[in-house]
Design a protein around this ligand. Structure first.
Ligand code: TRH
Length: 395
């Protein structure tokens, strides 16, 4: 650990990787968004350097014991040997990860205690608006934690959206060196009517077998782009082959499965922008699919008490508003089947024909949803304002 004294950053984020990529995915995205907006220095602590390096390859070149700056963010490895440093003016503990006790003491010892934020998980449920912004005084030290909930309406913390994101997406989609070149370089149809291009990022999913077999029989070509992820073994089993290497392309009837490398976050956005339909999961890829403004299928992060079923329904209830009933039904049936929570045990393969037929209407709807969400202030903006209020004594 570098023991040199450091200036107090404006923002300090603590991230514990519970599993997969979502925890650090959200934290890294927020950190660089804040840094780019010139919202002052940003320091990000993460307890799993290897997972950070998967979505932020520049971190792999750093010595975790020292850390370093990437895209304006001071990256630091949070280890059990954590030694307190001058705390940020705003300290964010992501997803209720507990702050290192030494840092809590350092925060309490400041003449002007930091704003302390617990950044919560995203949910479309109605109760979120009632809990967003609540304060919780610490039982022992003179610090107050505030709960900040991302969400889909004006009464929540909003969604992460970098100021230039939609302009970058539009350039990629319309300029020849963007989407068309991206697809051509991978041997994919460039014109929209030449076939369906699908990205598939998912957890384990045994039901993908029957779905891929249905796609083999499709009347138009279906290209499935699978970044290396937990679903790949199920895809290989469905295709009766060993787990395919990155770069492999496997053809079965109308179906062509392409295995892609796991890229950095910007590369993943391009994948979403290049496809006609995106299968996403967890939290961050779920939000990025909405900014891609294309039809998508969400595999929600499974919870043991099936609380995720309520979260799925809460999002569907918001998202399907305004759609013709048959289209809304097609999407809801396919999504529930993909999440194994259909009342009638419909499988994704059985729900596919109606969903595929609804895709043109869903494409227009995805654009309208994206525009409506983009009309609301984004998360970094709302967070900055919220923290300024607290600093001004209004919180
Ligand atoms: O990886 P996830 O499933 O993450 C999570 C975690 O399980 C977490 O504990 C849970 O609480 C949360 O979901 C709800 O899915 P998510 O959130 O979509 O994160 C994936 C990240 O990986 C996202 O930032 C996009 C990024 N990514 C890349 O950077 N490159 C890639 O090639 C791919 C496929 C994804």
């Amino acid at each position: 650990m570098d023991s040199a004294p450091r200036a107090r950053p404006k923002w300090e984020i603590f991230c514990q990787v519970v599993d997969n990529f979502g925890d650090i995915g959200v934290c890294w995205r927020l950190a660089r968004d804040l840094a780019r907006r010139e919202e002052g220095a940003v320091r990000l602590w993460v307890d799993d350097w290897a997972v950070l390096a998967r979505i932020c390859p520049a971190a792999a070149a750093l010595d975790p014991a020292v850390g370093g700056k990437v895209e304006g963010v001071d990256l630091r490895h949070w280890t059990p040997a954590f030694a307190a440093s001058a705390p940020g003016e705003i300290v964010i503990e992501a997803f209720a990860c507990e702050l290192p006790p030494a840092q809590l003491e350092a925060m309490a010892a400041q003449a002007l205690p930091p704003v302390w934020i617990n950044l919560e998980y995203l949910s479309a449920e109605d109760w979120v608006a009632g809990c967003h912004g609540l304060a919780s005084p610490h039982p022992r030290v003179a610090l107050v934690k505030h709960f900040f909930f991302p969400g889909f309406d004006a009464n929540t913390g909003g969604l992460l959206r970098e100021p230039d994101l939609l302009a970058r997406r539009d350039r990629f989609v319309t300029q020849p060196q963007g989407r068309a070149a991206w697809r051509a370089a991978r041997g994919l149809p460039v014109a929209d009517d030449e076939g369906l291009v699908v990205s598939l990022f998912a957890y384990e999913q045994p039901a993908v077998r029957a779905l891929l077999h249905a796609w083999e029989q499709s009347l138009r070509p279906i290209h499935v782009l699978v970044p290396v992820s937990r679903i790949l073994p199920d895809v290989a089993a469905a295709l009766d082959c060993a787990i395919p290497a990155v770069g492999t392309c496997i053809e079965r009837g109308a179906l062509c499965v392409h295995v892609l490398p796991f890229t950095d976050q910007d590369g993943y956005d391009e994948l979403l922008w290049a496809c006609d339909l995106n299968f996403v999961r967890g939290e961050d890829s779920f939000v990025r699919a909405q900014w891609a403004a294309r039809p998508f299928v969400w595999q929600i992060y499974p919870q043991t008490d099936t609380a995720h079923h309520d979260k799925l329904e809460a999002f569907l209830a918001r998202y399907l508003v305004g759609l013709p009933p048959a289209v809304a039904d097609a999407q809801a049936r396919f999504w529930r089947a993909w999440n194994d929570c259909a009342d009638d045990e419909t499988t994704p393969a059985a729900a596919w024909p109606a969903f595929a037929g609804a895709l043109p209407v869903l494409a227009a709807h995805a654009r309208a949803w994206c525009e409506a969400q983009a009309a609301l202030p984004d998360l970094a903006h709302r967070l900055t304002k919220f923290c300024s209020h607290i600093q001004d004594g209004a919180g």
